[in-house]
Design a protein. Structure first.
Length: 439
C-alpha cells in the first residue's frame, strides 16, 4: 500500500518539492486572493465615490439650471399675469379684451403687433428666443420698447414644451399669434436645419401646447407668400397651387399649413394662416433687401441687385408693416373659437388662409430708386443674374378674401412706407443730416 502510495505519490524530492511548491502556491494564492479582494474593495470604493460625485454634480447642474432659468418663480408668474391682463380704456365693455400669447414678439412683425394689441387694451405676453440670425441688440431694443408699454417678453424657445405648458398654466390665453420662425428665403441653403427646428418642430411643440390647453386658444400664424413657389398665375390667390415650393423656407411654411390643418381637424383648434408678402417698415429685419440696401448705400458700399432670366427685373408685392398689423388684428378679432378642450375635439373649428399683400408689385430697381431719393445718396449697384437660391421672380397678392373676411385694406404704398422706414433708420442708427455720420 505504502509502495503503491509511494508509486503513486513517490516520496521524492519532487514530491516534497511539489508539496513545498503547493504550499508556496497556496500562500501565493492566498496572498493573491487577499490582494484581489483588497483591489475589489478599492474598486468598489472608487465606483461608489464616482457615482456619488456624479449624482452630486447632476444635482448641482439641475439646481443651478433651476436657479439660472430665465423663467419660473412667483415674481415671474406675477409679471406674466399682469402682462396678460386686458386693460380696456375706461367706458368700454368690461368683457372686452383678449389675452394673446405672441411668439416671436421681439421680431419685426411680432413687436409691432404686440404694441398694437397693448395700445387697444388687450393683454399680451411675448416669447422670443433672441437668436443671432440677425443682430440680437435690435431684438433687445424692441423688447425694451414693449416693456415700456407694459408688455413682458419671455426669453425662451417655442421648442421648450415645459415653458409653454407653464405659460398656459399661468394664463388662460384666448389667442396665440404665432410669428416666431426662421425667416429668410436664401439663408435656407446655408442653415437648413434651423428651418426644420423653428418652422416645423417648434410649430408642432406649440400646437401640442395649444391643443392641450384648457381653454384651447384660437391660433393665428404667419405663413408666407413664398408658398406660391413656381405658381405663375397672377395675382396669387388662395385657391392657386402651392405644392411647388422653390425653397426649403417655402417648403417649411407650406408644411406648417398642412400641420396646422391636421390639428384643426383632430383637436378642433381654430386656425388662421396668413401669407405675408415681403413685409417692410420701421424696426424691420436687417436681413431683408430694403434694410441691407439702406445700410450699404449709407456706408458707400455696393449693393447687389438680382435680375431674372432674359434681363427681366425681379418684383415684389412689398407690404407695409402697419397694413400687416391691421390684417393680424383683424384675424384675431374674427377667428372663431377652438372647440376642443384638454386635447379632445368637441366639434368642427374654423380653418382659414388669407393673403396679406399690397396688390401692387414694384421691381427691385424701383425699390432702390425710392431709397436713393429718400436717402439722397446714389447707390453703387452691382447687377447680377438671379442665382438659383430659392428666389422667385415676382409676387403679387390677390387680397379679395382678406378684404371680405377681415376688412383688410392696405393703405401705404412703397414710396410712403420707405419714407417712414428711412426716417426711423436714420434716427435709430444715429444719423443726423449735416453731422459727420450725415448723408
Ligand atoms: O413674402 C415672403 O413670403 C417673404 O418675403 C421676404 O422674402 P423676399 O421677398 O425674398 O425679401 P427680400 O429678401 O427683402 O428680397 C426682396 C427682393 O430683393 C432681391 N434681392 C435681395 C437681396 C439682395 O442682396 N439683392 C436683391 O436683389 C430679392 O431677390 C427679392 O426679389 C422675407 O425675407 C421672407 O421671410 C418672407 O417670407
Amino acid at each position: 500500500m505504502r509502495a503503491l502510495e509511494d508509486d503513486l505519490f513517490p516520496s521524492t524530492p519532487g514530491k516534497v518539492k511539489i508539496e513545498r511548491a503547493g504550499g508556496a502556491m497556496n500562500r501565493q494564492l492566498h496572498r493573491c486572493f487577499a490582494s484581489t479582494s483588497t483591489m475589489f474593495l478599492w474598486a468598489l470604493f472608487l465606483v461608489a465615490m464616482t457615482a456619488s460625485y456624479l449624482s452630486f454634480q447632476s444635482f448641482v447642474d439641475t439646481s443651478s439650471k433651476y436657479f439660472q432659468a430665465s423663467w419660473g418663480g412667483l415674481h415671474w408668474e406675477r409679471q406674466i399675469r399682469s402682462s396678460a391682463a386686458p386693460r380696456r380704456p375706461p367706458g368700454s365693455s368690461p368683457n372686452a379684451g383678449i389675452s394673446v400669447l405672441v411668439t416671436g414678439a421681439a421680431g419685426f412683425v411680432g413687436a409691432h403687433c404686440s404694441l398694437a394689441l397693448r395700445k387697444r387694451g388687450d393683454g399680451v405676453v411675448g416669447i422670443d428666443n433672441f437668436n443671432a440670425y440677425y443682430d440680437p441688440s435690435l431684438k433687445k431694443a424692441r423688447k425694451a420698447l414693449l416693456a415700456s408699454h407694459g408688455v413682458y417678453v419671455v426669453d425662451g424657445d417655442i421648442n421648450d414644451a415645459r415653458l409653454l405648458a407653464k405659460l398656459f398654466d399661468v394664463v388662460p390665453f384666448t389667442h396665440v399669434l404665432h410669428l416666431a420662425a426662421q425667416a429668410g428665403v436664401r439663408y435656407a441653403m446655408e442653415n437648413p436645419s434651423s428651418y426644420v427646428h423653428s418652422n416645423v418642430a417648434g410649430l408642432v411643440t406649440l400646437l401640442e401646447a395649444c391643443k392641450s390647453a384648457d381653454p384651447q386658444p384660437a391660433l393665428v400664424w404667419a405663413s408666407s407668400s413664398s408658398v406660391y413657389g413656381l405658381n405663375d398665375a397672377v395675382p396669387f390667390s388662395e385657391s392657386h397651387r402651392t405644392d411647388r415650393p422653390a425653397s426649403l423656407y417655402a417648403a417649411t411654411k407650406k408644411a406648417g399649413e398642412e400641420i396646422t390643418h391636421s390639428y384643426n381637424h383632430i383637436y378642433g383648434l381654430s386656425v388662421t394662416g396668413l401669407r405675408f408678402f415681403t413685409v417692410y417698415g420701421p424696426w424691420g429685419r436687417p436681413d431683408m433687401a430694403y434694410f441691407s440696401f439702406t445700410r450699404n448705400i449709407l456706408q458707400g458700399k455696393p449693393i447687389t441687385v438680382y435680375r431674372g432670366r432674359d434681363h427681366v427685373d425681379l418684383a415684389r408685392d412689398f407690404t407695409y408693416i402697419d397694413d400687416i398689423v391691421k390684417g393680424c388684428l383683424g384675424s384675431l378679432d374674427t377667428a372663431g373659437r377652438s372647440t376642443g378642450s384638454g386635447g379632445k375635439k368637441r366639434g368642427p373649428a374654423p380653418y382659414r388662409i388669407f393673403n396679406l399683400g399690397n396688390t401692387s408689385p414694384v421691381t427691385v430697381p424701383t425699390l432702390v430708386a425710392i431709397l436713393e431719393k429718400h436717402l439722397r445718396v446714389k447707390a453703387k449697384k452691382h447687377v447680377v443674374e438671379m442665382p438659383g437660391n430659392g428666389d422667385v421672380p415676382f409676387t403679387h397678392a390677390n387680397i379679395s378674401l382678406a378684404r371680405h373676411h377681415l376688412g383688410y385694406k392696405p393703405t401705404t404704398n412703397l414710396d410712403a412706407g420707405l419714407k417712414k422706414f428711412v426716417k426711423w433708420y436714420l434716427s435709430y442708427y444715429g444719423y443726423t443730416r449735416g453731422s459727420s455720420k450725415s448723408l
